[in-house]
Design a protein around this ligand. Structure first.
Ligand code: FES
Ligand SMILES: [Fe+2]
Length: 441
């Protein structure tokens, strides 16, 4: 059979008027996606960055000043003082709130004006002015903020992997000079692991992750998962990788080799892909460390922190440009898509089903909000522990590819069904589902 291909040397005739996809990529206040993202809590800094001095941060296109007052409360205020605009970055952190350096206007962490410098105490200006401020919660080394309308503030969620006492949570933050979406959708693009992280650059993560796999996608209570199933040396390995809408994700053990049985082993990273502005992004989260997740001891705690992580290809500075060209990683692939990847220029193929599905999910939520429907909340109560659906299961068996597909679905369905159970019960349910599947096959 011959395949007819379009004629070559068409450089001159290709379109050049590619359009951005603003509905999903523009994040300023008032934009569709910007409003959607403003309905959730996001990490905005690592606690260690907040010293005795105010910290200038940019989040969702807004310039803000983050500080911890002397009573221990965090404040996140608009940068420019409500008096005549001096930056609160040069303010004095007070017992309660912050005092602008220029004329001494003193703001509480909620932006109320405590005292307007030389103006009369409780004078009319204090009744007129309230400075822009956002609620902040500090949790395990990360500072989270909510930048949406106060009346829509959702309960602060705690995801179940955060509550796992068997892992050490190490905060990290990475800056990437491109739009948030091209970083976020990478998690639902498992096909790139075989190419970028194995065939092209040599093995950058586990050897097993470079093997061909059966991939399926499924909605989950918090967003979506992909189900990756493959045969590795007499074991069947089924991994579920999760996007927690709008911008968090989790994945399994980074160097998983699937060489021993395990059921419902949890995540090695929980991270939020937080837009700084339309063309720069901070990925902030925790690396989860434990001997169970990393039996080969390949992780390195001392490499995890500000602009640093203990796996390859995530930053501009870790390698020379030549080395990055010879062995590119996620950073090179994502940043080189451009400041904002042009969806109009792409040719999505069958292997992009996860990316397409994630964009559809996001677009639906964005549109629903525009129509007046608030997006789903991650937690119903403040600090509620929220079940997630990321895991690795490795089962001693040999299955045909059809059976592997069915096995992966069985594991994923059990993982989703077990969401209301305890972690130990979920392990048991997945183990029993694997054994039942094997008996029936
Ligand atoms: S500009 Fe801040 S107090 Fe005057
Ligand atoms: Fe990757």
């Amino acid at each position: 059979m011959t395949t007819e291909r379009p004629q070559g040397f068409q450089g001159y005739h290709r379109r050049h008027d590619w359009q951005e996809d603003p509905e999903l990529t523009h994040i300023d206040r008032g934009t569709e996606c910007g409003e959607y993202l403003r309905r959730y809590w996001h990490p905005v800094a690592m606690t260690d960055e907040v010293t005795g001095l105010p910290l200038l941060v940019k989040v969702l296109g807004e310039e803000l000043v983050l500080f911890k007052d002397k009573s221990g409360e965090f404040g996140l205020l608009h940068k420019h003082c409500s008096h005549r605009g001096a930056s609160l970055e040069f303010g004095i952190v007070a017992d309660h709130g912050i005092i602008c350096c220029y004329h001494g206007w003193h703001y509480a962490v909620d932006g109320t004006l405590i005292r307007a410098g030389s103006e009369r105490q409780n004078g009319p200006i204090c009744k007129k002015v309230v400075h822009g401020a956002y609620p902040v919660i500090e949790k395990d080394g990360l500072v989270f903020a909510y930048l949406g309308p106060f009346k829509s503030k959702p309960p602060f969620p705690v995801f179940d992997t955060q509550a796992d006492s068997g892992v050490e949570k190490v905060p990290f933050s990475l800056s990437t000079p491109c739009n948030w979406l091209q970083i976020y959708e990478n998690t639902q693009d498992p096909v790139h692991v075989v190419h970028l992280h194995s065939n092209v650059s040599g093995i950058q993560f586990g050897v097993a992750s470079g093997l061909d796999q059966i991939i399926e996608y499924q909605d989950s209570p918090l967003g979506m998962i992909n189900i990756q199933t493959r045969e590795v040396g007499g074991f069947i390995w089924s991994r579920t990788v999760e996007s927690i809408l709008p911008n968090a994700n989790q994945t399994g053990a980074i160097w998983e080799e699937a060489d021993s049985e395990k059921f419902f082993q949890r995540s090695s990273v929980l991270r939020w892909v937080v837009p700084v502005d339309n063309t720069s992004t901070r990925t902030i989260g925790w690396r989860y460390l434990s001997s169970e997740l990393d039996p080969g001891n390949q992780g390195n705690r001392s490499h995890i922190g500000k602009e640093s992580i203990d796996f390859i290809g995530q930053t501009a500075t870790e390698r020379s440009h030549e080395e990055a060209q010879r062995h590119p990683g996620d950073y090179e692939a994502q940043v080189s898509q451009g400041p904002i990847a042009m969806h109009d220029r792409e040719n999505l193929a069958s292997s992009d089903a996860g990316v397409a599905r994630l964009r559809r999910l996001l677009r639906r939520r964005v549109t629903e909000l525009q129509e007046g429907h608030e997006p789903p909340r991650q937690a119903e109560r403040e600090g509620e522990i929220v079940s997630t659906y990321t895991q690795d299961t490795v089962f001693l068996a040999s299955f045909s590819s059809d059976q592997q597909r069915a096995f992966g679905q069985t594991v994923a369905n059990t993982v989703i069904r077990s969401g209301d159970r305890s972690p130990d019960e979920r392990v048991l349910m997945v183990k029993q589902a694997c054994e039942t599947f094997a008996r029936r096959s």
